[in-house]
Ligand binder design. Structure first.
Ligand code: RB5
Length: 150
């Protein structure tokens, strides 16, 4: 894992099981994981956890984060409100690779009710190992990064 030795993670109840699985996978790869919750399957509101993770990436405390809810849609919406956060909903491997190569995504979002654990593991691996290509893609990111307010 060249790009991330520390990852901040969060989920709601619908993403809890997959978060626990991914956390275990990352820990096994010697990646430090800060878990912002949720910590069980009791019903919670996904924005509360999306905000916690997005704040830590936006502030620069963490370079990378992972968020999981049922579909991944709500968490993506929340995280992308934050300055310098580029959250990408990736429920397939192509999206995971391209979100790094072209979009320099710094938060990976997945849907715990959409994908299984083995696919999620591969998505996480590819997402962490794929480098940003920079160049023309950097210019494009700068065009929208600069208009975010929060
Ligand atoms: C929770 O039921 C569900 O709405 C949430 O996990 C997420 O999918 C929202 O986008």
């Amino acid at each position: 894992m060249e790009n991330a030795t520390s990852i901040v993670m969060g989920s709601d109840h619908a993403g809890f099981a997959l978060k626990e699985f991914v956390k275990k996978y990352l820990t096994g790869l010697n990646v430090n994981v800060e878990d912002c919750g949720t910590y069980n399957e009791d019903s919670v509101d996904y924005p509360d956890f999306g905000i916690k993770v997005a704040e830590k990436v936006s502030s620069g405390k963490f370079k990378r984060g992972i968020l999981i809810c049922g579909t991944g849609i709500g968490m993506s919406m929340v995280a992308n409100r934050f300055k310098s956060v580029r959250a990408a909903l990736c429920n397939n491997l192509f999206a995971a690779a391209m979100s790094r190569r072209h979009n320099d995504a710094n938060i990976l979002v997945m849907g715990g009710r959409v994908i299984g654990t083995e696919l999620a593991k591969e998505i996480v691996r590819v997402w962490l190992e794929t480098a940003f290509e920079g160049d023309r893609h950097k210019k494009r990111i700068e065009k929208f990064d600069s208009i975010q307010e929060k």
